[in-house]
Design a protein around this ligand. Structure first.
Ligand SMILES: *Cc1c(COP(=O)(O)O)cnc(C)c1O
Length: 457
């Protein structure tokens, strides 16, 4: 007899994963290596370690080790907010009248309000273990900066956050959470770095971009003794840490013998999606199972669906290593009217390779339809979702509605990456009916792609 599935499937504390899973070990086509922008040769451990912590560089470059032990100190911290629940969206299913079974993995149950804490605590741990004084980073909407501030406070590290200026002004409360956890927060572009000064000279009115804030944070790290730079998404190491999401999801599903048909995640830099799907993609790569994996991105920043698979910079200042990824060009800045997050121009190299190899699908969704999905979800499931997460909700609802037409009882799993309490300015625009969506034209994207660095392959 089929076991009754509870509304929330909780794992026990001792079931928090003890290892992260490195999907690269099972990939036949490995993600392309990061290149030194000067020599166009693959970045070495030595070169990378000027910017990043040593152990994190090792994780970044390791395409072969399948499992990485999670240090006990990190597992202890995970206990504060993990295991996170896998929820059966009974109320949403009922509201949609769908025969589909919908589950979501909820990562918003911590003060930072998102999954980003999973990697922040790991990165802070390795920085501390290396004897560093502090770390620098950038933050857009603020979730990553908040998560990192919490992690640094826990390990007694300095934390310097460059926050994209428009968010710094629009989201003063996030800024105050970071300061409460002891971080220093600088609006970017700033006069405190050469990259920032140059940009301000050229565009005094600029409200900043993620790419520019990254350049400033990297410059600040390499020019301050005892500091390294840390990043909240895109990198292989971040995706590795985020596999706790997928491993817990799989363990919870296995408990009840549930096999998903479709797994959905929103895609900014790709870390939550990669972390959620890694264990499932591993099964696909080893020929053990088949799933449909769907990446959902905003129509205003469509890296997968309209970008090019090419080497590009991760930052506007063009000082970071080159990564081969789906990109809109490092100078691409999504319209200021786009409030739904996921604004990064590029994508994880791992997910880019999986997408190029046909192991994943991608779709772009428009902002208003994302907030319509968020509104329905909030009303029936209770949780106010982050706009980023709501991209995944949109696609999950659309797939469930297709099942309603065909009568198929598919099992859909999606990642609910966070809560939207600090995104109420965006919700206000939606509620007032003033929310627009500026979708880049083909010409705009082509112009941005023209500036890609020339790399022979
Ligand atoms: C940062 C963030 C994302 C997107 O980042 P990924 O690296 O693509 O996962 C999604 N949801 C929330 C709530 C976030 O804070």
């Amino acid at each position: 007899m089929e076991k009754k599935i509870p509304y929330k499937i909780y794992l026990k504390e001792e079931e928090i994963p003890s290892q992260w899973y490195n999907v690269r070990a099972d990939m036949k086509n490995k993600p392309a290596p990061l290149l030194n922008p000067g020599t166009l040769q693959p970045m070495t451990q030595d070169e990378l370690s000027h910017v990043f912590c040593e152990e994190l560089c090792r994780q970044e470059l390791d395409n072969d080790t399948r499992w990485f032990d999670i240090p006990q100190e990190i597992r202890d911290f995970y206990k504060m907010y993990r295991p996170s629940p896998l929820v059966r969206a009974y109320f949403l299913e009922k509201a949609l009248g769908t025969p589909a079974k919908i589950y979501y993995k909820f990562e918003g149950n911590n003060t930072s309000g998102s999954h980003k804490l999973n990697s922040a605590i790991a990165q802070a741990y390795y920085a501390k273990k290396q004897g560093l004084k502090g770390v620098t980073t950038e933050t857009g909407a603020g979730q990553w900066g908040t998560a990192l501030s919490m992690a640094c406070a826990y390990f007694g590290l300095d934390c310097k956050v460059f926050m994209v200026k428009c968010s710094y002004e629009q989201k003063p409360f996030r800024r105050e959470v970071m300061r409460t956890y002891g971080a220093s927060v600088t609006p970017s572009p700033s006069m405190s770095t050469a990259v920032g000064r140059k940009l301000l000279e050229e565009f005094p009115e600029t409200t900043g971009s993620l790419g520019c804030a990254i350049s400033e944070a990297v410059e600040s790290a390499v020019s301050t003794p005892g500091y390294r730079y840390v990043l909240g998404s895109v990198l292989n190491q971040v995706l590795l840490h985020q596999t706790v999401i997928g491993l817990e999801t799989k363990a919870a599903l296995d408990k009840y013998g549930i096999k998903p048909d479709i797994i959905i995640g929103c895609a900014g830099g790709g870390s939550n999606l990669g972390g959620l799907v890694s264990p499932f993609v591993g099964e696909m790569l080893r020929g053990e199972a088949a799933y449909r994996i769907i990446a959902v991105e905003p129509a205003s920043c469509p890296s997968f669906t309209r970008g090019r698979f090419a080497y590009d910079f991760a930052d506007t200042g063009m000082i970071c290593p080159l990564a081969k990824m789906y990109t809109l060009g490092s100078q691409f800045i999504p319209s200021a009217s786009h409030a739904g997050g996921l604004r990064f121009h590029g994508m994880s190299t791992i997910l880019s390779q999986l997408y190029a190899d046909g192991l994943m699908e991608a779709r772009a969704v428009e902002q208003r339809s994302v907030f319509e999905a968020a509104e329905l979800f909030a009303r029936v499931e209770g949780t106010l979702p982050a706009p980023e997460s709501s991209h995944a909700i949109r696609a999950a609802i659309d797939e469930a509605l297709k099942c309603k037409e065909t009568g198929e009882e598919k099992t859909i799993v999606f990642g609910l990456t966070g809560t939207g309490y600090f995104d109420l300015y965006a919700y206000q625009q939606f509620n007032d009916g003033t929310m627009g969506d500026v979708i880049p034209s083909d010409g705009q994207i082509a112009a941005s792609l023209e500036k890609l660095p020339k790399v022979e392959e």
